[in-house]
Write a protein that binds this ligand. Structure first.
Ligand SMILES: Cc1ncc(COP(=O)(O)O)c(C=O)c1O
Length: 420
């Protein structure tokens, strides 16, 4: 039988059939957990070659730098996404912070949507600002505003697809045209829609960051993050990267990230996490499709209820992002939806009555989770910053899990009835 080229194979087949770099001595069918810190070499010349990257197949030297179990997960994500380079780190926030520490410099700026995850906002607004990096918040629906915020010190454009919890979708292909003309890389956090639902490269994304704590972790088993480099950006114009080596195997960005920044920051992924998340990658498409279908049906169900003021889900006709959602996302647009009641008090009454749906932060667990973002994730921000971030106090976020939809509907209905 003729072997199909890897890119011709379908998503789950590519992920499941991805090979190890070296055969396992015992023939293990899943990559074992290499729970060790250091690796031994036969002689001094071999360890020198490993440290100087002179080997044909790179060996592992120390788990903070690379590890076979972590590398296996990186290869599965490469197979899933088509990225040129993938680096796993300890959390989604480690993916975002390592990325911006690689790209930015004092006097540099980031053009970003303010509608982003709370810690990312805080990283830009407080942490990076202390090192002289400016963040310029723009309305990503306004292409002119994006264009005029860019100058010769713009290190990157950043947004989320889909924004959490606002459920907005930036027109990435159009934004990409502006960025390409001005030599600015597009960096997108795609935690909400994994690779089986969104083709980042096609949309113009240069660097993708993902919290693998969510869909990939296989039911909230572990914390992790991924940085994907599509090899699509010419880094000559970035002042931080212009003098970094460009190799055949790696862009300047990945070279600096892997050889300097990630090692110095030290937020390496744990090998046990890599094992759990490699299994998560294998069932990702199945879980994503099931959760997203339930989310779509629940969004319709909530829209029909008189006590619900507003429902957010980008496939609904009521969403002003439906058109771009249908264009960029394959199938249903994920397992996160939002809905608003008349007041914050109503939200609390409703949430306190739930019996199947859990009151917890996190997204894309196997269990359905609900949270009131304004009082929790965004609870420590000032009212002025909450306004910039677009956080309303009568909105709840639902992350839909794998329970049967009829049980979720019954739980929601009995809790809504308590409002009257
Ligand atoms: C969109 C988005 N990006 C990044 C993160 C941070 O991920 P982690 O908790 O793995 O650091 C989250 C966490 O909820 C998120 O929702």
């Amino acid at each position: 039988m003729v072997q199909k080229d890897s890119q011709e194979k379908k998503f789950s087949t590519r992920v499941i059939s991805e090979k190890f770099t070296k055969e396992d001595v015992h023939g293990a069918i899943s990559m074992p957990i290499y729970r060790n810190a250091a690796f031994e070499f036969a002689d001094s010349k071999s360890i020198e070659a490993a440290f100087q990257y002179k080997e044909e197949i790179a060996s592992h030297t120390y788990t903070r730098i690379t590890n076979p179990s972590v590398e296996n997960l990186e290869r599965k994500i490469k197979a899933a996404s088509g990225a040129e380079n993938v680096m796993m780190v300890a959390s989604g926030m480690a993916a975002i912070s390592n990325t911006f520490l690689t790209l930015t410099y004092a006097g540099g700026n980031i053009v970003a949507s303010p509608h982003i995850f709370g810690n990312t906002f805080s990283l830009f607004q407080f942490t990076l600002a202390a090192f002289g990096v400016e963040v310029r918040f723009v309305n990503t629906d306004n292409l002119e505003e994006i264009a005029s915020a860019i100058d010769e010190n713009t290190c990157a454009f950043f947004c989320e697809l889909i924004t959490n919890p606002h459920l907005e979708i930036a027109n990435l292909p159009e934004i990409s045209k502006i960025l390409k003309a001005r030599n600015v890389p597009m960096i997108v956090d795609t935690t909400i829609i994994p690779w089986c639902g969104f083709d980042a490269r096609k949309a113009g994304v240069d660097i993708e960051v993902v919290s693998t704590t969510k869909y990939i972790s296989n039911g909230a088993t572990s914390i992790g993050g991924a940085i994907l480099d599509y090899g699509t950006f010419n880094w000559d114009h970035n002042k931080r990267l212009a003098d970094v080596a460009q190799t055949d195997a790696m862009s300047r960005f990945s070279f600096k990230l892997k050889r300097e920044i990630a090692r110095n920051i030290g937020a390496a992924m744990d090998p046990e996490t890599a094992f759990l998340q490699s299994l998560g990658m294998e069932s990702l498409q199945l879980r994503f499709e099931k959760m997203s279908e339930t989310a779509y049906q629940l969004a319709q169900f909530l829209s029909d209820n008189k006590d619900v003021v507003k429902v957010g889900y980008t496939k609904l006709e009521s969403s002003s992002y439906k058109h771009i959602s249908d264009k960029l996302i394959t199938g249903n647009p994920g397992a996160m939806l939002t809905f608003s009641l008349k007041s914050k008090e109503d939200c609390y009454t409703f949430m306190d009555q739930l019996q199947i749906i859990r009151r917890a932060t996190n997204l894309f667990d196997n269990k359905t989770l609900i949270i009131h973002p304004e009082s929790t994730i965004y609870g420590t921000f000032s009212p002025e910053l909450k306004e910039i971030m677009g956080i309303e106090n009568n909105l709840m976020r639902l992350s839909v899990g794998l329970e049967d939809i009829s049980d979720l509907q019954a739980d929601i209905l009995q809790a809504l009835e308590k409002l009257n």
